[in-house]
Design a protein. Structure first.
Ligand code: GLU
Length: 450
């Protein structure tokens, strides 16, 4: 059987079992395409039904989250936790609060997380959770009441050695605080069951910065192989949340000019670059005032706001998609290639559609999937877990050194498994998927049919 045929056959089965889950099927398709030949070359993996097992979550929890808004009206949201794979350690992965959240999105994220966490080399399984609750426009009191109701149910299924949630879209320091408070109150234990905690109460230095910084460390490694880097380059970034903010900060520190940010309403283009003062403004705008990126263009006349548009039409050397899934589609990829972009390094989870990946890779650009390049966030969550367990706190420098080593090692794993011999090219998609898959699969087999 050919690899492509194996992929199609497996995906047809998976789709029949999981109808109406396009994002989950998309994520599995990309991994299956990368590993199909390896599975065919190792027939025991077929006999052991490894593809069927690795794509079936160990447990899925869905629950009602009732709460009362500021007007006294009852609101009902839906909560999720997908415990995908515990072959390498306790389930680990963030919580996303966004109206788009559904089972398909939770499963795709938990599936990606399994391989991402494996790539970090730290002992963490894969999971993801969240809710269709939208924090935007809600008061602090409403967010707190929602988080308390959400945790009242979720606490039954999590624990420092079982499942350790963290943040993702819509879940930052404020939400983790409310979630942790309720967990501690119900379980009567002060443990590292959540990561992304406040620095005063068990959080790790550099955790907020880690995903964005890690993206830049990874991109530097990729670009070094072709003799360029951030120094003197123009960078477009999508998103304006935690990942985008710290990717922008580190890219600038490394000598680049960052010219864009975005949110779900539109993008800003600042040809002069987002300097330190402007970055501080964005940080306050997003994290304290919880405003929209449009306000940047009102504050800084050098910038233009493009309503309803993504930043991929802007000329750049390096593009860092840091917003959300499927935000670079085929026309965006064409625009990036035509404008001379040389490197696309993902900060978000699955921001590039398969068609767009084919265009980007086909044109010979450097391209890294999020599960490799955005793994610095969860890796630093792993470092937070270690610090909580040994009841110590590492310095910023110590955490940063670990983060550097981990991103370097992930890059090396991608090169080892994705090197297209003789061409000088590295297929980072294949490299990341294969490196993650082999270790998770072999660990599952070691542990029997469970
Ligand atoms: N949500 C982040 C991710 O996609 C971080 C997860 C974590 O720290 O557990 O990897």
């Amino acid at each position: 059987m050919k690899a492509a045929e194996f992929t199609e056959q497996f995906l047809a089965q998976l789709e029949a079992r999981n109808p109406g889950q396009p994002e989950f099927l998309q994520a599995v398709r990309v991994v299956t395409s990368s590993v199909a030949q390896y599975v065919l070359d190792h027939p025991y993996l077929i006999k052991e039904k490894i593809m069927e097992r690795i794509t079936e979550p160990e447990r899925v929890v869905m629950f009602r989250v009732p709460w009362v808004d500021d007007r006294g009206e009852i609101q009902i949201n839906r909560g999720y936790r997908v415990q995908m794979n515990s072959a390498l350690g306790p389930y680990k992965g963030g919580l996303r609060f966004h109206p788009s959240v559904n089972l398909s999105i939770m499963k795709f994220l938990a599936f990606e997380q399994t391989f991402k966490n494996c790539l970090t080399t730290l002992p963490m399984g894969g999971g993801k959770g969240g809710s269709d609750f939208y924090p935007r426009g809600k008061s602090d009191g409403e967010v707190m009441r929602f988080c308390q109701s959400f945790m009242t149910e979720l606490q039954r299924y999590i624990g420092q050695d079982t499942d350790v949630p963290a943040g993702d879209i819509g879940v930052g320091g404020r939400e983790i605080g409310f979630l942790f408070g309720q967990y501690k109150r119900i379980r009567d234990e002060f443990t590292g069951t959540l990561t992304g905690k406040g620095l005063n109460w068990g959080g790790s230095l550099l955790r907020p910065e880690a995903t964005g910084y890690g993206v830049c460390y990874f991109a530097e490694e990729m670009m070094a192989s072709r003799g360029f880097g951030f120094e003197g380059s123009t960078v477009t970034i999508s998103g304006a949340g935690n990942v985008a903010q710290f990717a922008a900060k580190k890219a600038r520190e490394l000598g680049a000019k960052v010219v864009s940010l975005s949110d779900s309403d539109g993008s800003i283009y600042d040809p002069d670059g987002i300097d330190e003062e402007k970055w501080n403004y964005v940080y306050m705008l997003k994290n304290v005032r919880r405003g929209r990126i449009r306000e940047y263009a009102e504050k800084y006349p050098t910038a233009t706001y493009f309503k309803g548009q993504r930043p991929w039409g802007i000329k750049c050397d390096i593009a860092l998609p840091c917003a959300t899934q499927n935000e670079i589609e085929a026309p965006d990829a064409k625009a990036l290639v035509e404008n001379g972009c040389k490197c696309v390094c993902e900060g978000a989870n699955m921001p590039t559609t398969p068609d767009a990946i084919a265009i980007i890779q086909g044109a010979g650009l450097l391209y890294s999937p999020g599960k490799a390049s955005n793994a610095g966030g969860v890796a630093t969550s792993g470092l937070e877990m270690t610090q909580n367990s040994i009841r110590q706190k590492w310095t910023r420098e110590e955490v940063d050194a670990h983060l550097h080593t981990i991103m370097h090692d992930i890059h090396s794993a991608c090169v080892k498994y994705g090197d297209e011999e003789g061409t000088g090219n590295v297929d980072y998609v294949k490299g990341a998927n294969l490196a993650g898959f082999i270790k998770v699969a072999e660990s599952m087999l070691d542990q029997g049919v469970v």
